[in-house]
Design a protein around this ligand. Structure first.
Ligand SMILES: CC(C)(COP(=O)(O)OP(=O)(O)OC[C@H]1O[C@@H](n2cnc3c(N)ncnc32)[C@H](O)[C@@H]1OP(=O)(O)O)[C@@H](O)C(=O)NCCC(=O)NCCS
Length: 188
């Protein structure tokens, strides 16, 4: 089996005394706070946000709808799962509810907040929703009393890194994630 290595950055942010400003959304959009009935909506928003992105190569479950729903369920059952840092972003149109983005937060064993899977569905990108959703989650970490937060990002993901740096995150560590490439089966 071939192995490919993906360079990843850990980025940290000190939340103490930080003011994340307004999280007012453009008209028609809304943040939905966590409840367990939203597992599938989060999972589907995650899938639509990640399925064609580099992170679906790094974490193959992100390339499958059922993998994303399963991952969402696992995150929500973790000991340190933080509802206050977990948000679904959506809008309601004449056709009904449409999920636009998702983010989740957990508190790790060291008391650090960990941002998980910030994703905005492609057709809603570039209008500031990613930054607003991240700021909403960061407020949620503050509300839970945490003072440090981190995330991990694939080094090639320049758009996400620029967004994180804009909000004050700084790279603290580089690592390499090995991903096994399964040889396609050839039938004759
Ligand atoms: C990373 C990601 C969440 C960013 O979401 P987004 O909603 O596009 O983010 P924003 O709109 O807040 O910012 C992105 C860009 O749009 C620009 N932008 C923001 N508001 C804008 C507006 N009103 N008009 C035009 N552009 C705007 C921002 O300036 C930024 O560009 P820049 O970094 O070149 O300066 C999104 O690209 C995504 O889901 N990617 C796939 C999943 C992923 O990789 N997630 C990160 C995992 S670590």
């Amino acid at each position: 089996m071939d192995v490919r290595y993906f360079k990843r950055f850990r980025m940290d942010l000190n939340l103490r005394g930080r003011d994340f400003g307004s999280t007012d959304l453009p008209t028609g959009y809304r943040f939905y706070g966590w409840n367990s009935g939203l597992v599938e909506a989060h999972g589907r928003a995650k899938y639509r946000s990640f399925c064609r992105e580099i992170d679906a190569e790094v974490f193959p479950c992100l390339g499958h709808a059922d993998g994303c729903i399963r991952l969402m369920r696992e995150i929500s059952r973790k000991e340190g799962f933080l509802p206050s840092a977990t948000w679904l972003l959506g809008r309601t149109t004449d056709e009904g509810f449409e999920a636009c983005g998702t983010i989740q937060g957990i508190c790790d064993h060291h008391g650090w907040g960990a941002v998980q899977n910030l994703g905005i569905v492609p057709e809603f990108r570039g209008i500031g929703l990613g930054e607003l959703l991240l700021r909403r989650a960061l407020l949620g970490f503050q509300e839970a009393g945490l003072s440090q937060v981190f995330l991990e990002v694939t080094a090639d993901n320049e758009i996400a890194i620029r967004l994180y740096e804009r909000l004050g995150f700084r790279c603290s560590r580089t690592s390499y994630k090995a991903v096994g490439l399964v040889e396609p089966t050839v039938s004759v």
